[in-house]
Design a protein around this ligand. Sequence first.
Ligand SMILES: Nc1nc2c(ncn2[C@@H]2O[C@H](COP(=O)(O)OP(=O)(O)OP(=O)(O)O)[C@@H](O)[C@H]2O)c(=O)[nH]1
Ligand SMILES: [Mg+2]
Length: 303
Amino acid sequence: MSKPKPEKERVLKKPLKKIVTKTISEKDINGFFDENEIDFLQANVSLEVMDFLRESLKERLAGKEIKRGKTEDFIKQALKEVLLEVVSQKGKGFEQVIKESKKHGKPACFVFLGFNGSGKTTTIAKAAHYMLSKGFKPVLAAGDTFRAASIEQLEHHGEKLGIKVIKHQYGSDSAAVVFDAKKFAESKGYDAVLADTAGRAHTDKNLMEELSKVVRVNKPDMKILVLDSLTGNDAVEQARTFDSFVGVDAVILTKTDVDEKGGSILSVCYAIKKPVLFLGTGQDYEDFESFEPKKFVNRLLEE
Ligand SMILES: Nc1nc2c(ncn2[C@@H]2O[C@H](COP(=O)(O)OP(=O)(O)OP(=O)(O)O)[C@@H](O)[C@H]2O)c(=O)[nH]1
Ligand SMILES: [Mg+2]
């Protein structure tokens, strides 16, 4: 049987606990956000996401007892966890999609879409280079029949990479180009079709209808939204509209070498709940990094 504790020790225990611990309050969390708000906004984290983070942390933390003097560390750790959840959206990668299609004896069809100049064509070349490095055989479909020189731009990449490009005339039906590329790839045993599409403003009804047709006719295995990280918060609007129009399966964010924090990734993931697959980190084919949620969150929270 344990001996009862001496009176002095029992009396002291409570006040001592009060000195070394404190109860975290909503005020602490608000204070943390007020202090760091500018940094977040400068990193292109949207106000909507800021509110979500603030409320999530209140739910998780308010009323918890923590070591005195450690409030900021504690909030930061919890914030890291929430951020990780937001950017770790579930989805398939290129390899998985290609292998699944292969089982059915078909090439996987990837359609790349997005705003003018977001980096679609460059990203297709990088993705094709990546697939080659994994031992897959891709073909490119010149589905941008709209912008001057777009077909030549894709052909130029095709030549450099040694990859076949399927094309029609300028002004022809984009959906038909992708359809032919799929037929070609299937008959010749290729693994993947990477289809370019014209850049379009998400507000342009006609071009958005054309994109819907490309998707309706070809039923791609993956619709990849290419977003320019320099677009800032407009990326969220683009993501929402493209997603509601054709359904986005995954996102690739380009030009992250220029916008090194890339907070719009967070805003986009939060808005459409789709995974980011890769980051464009420059103009060369190798400048294509698999997106790593942990690395991203650490970079975002760097002082
Ligand atoms: N620094 C940097 N530049 C990039 C990156 N990705 C694309 N670019 C550049 O962005 C510009 C536009 O790229 P494109 O691939 O032509 O963009 P697009 O979306 O196909 O453009 P449109 O077909 O006109 O809509 C080019 O100068 C690319 O070299 C990147 O990750 N980093
Ligand atoms: Mg293009």
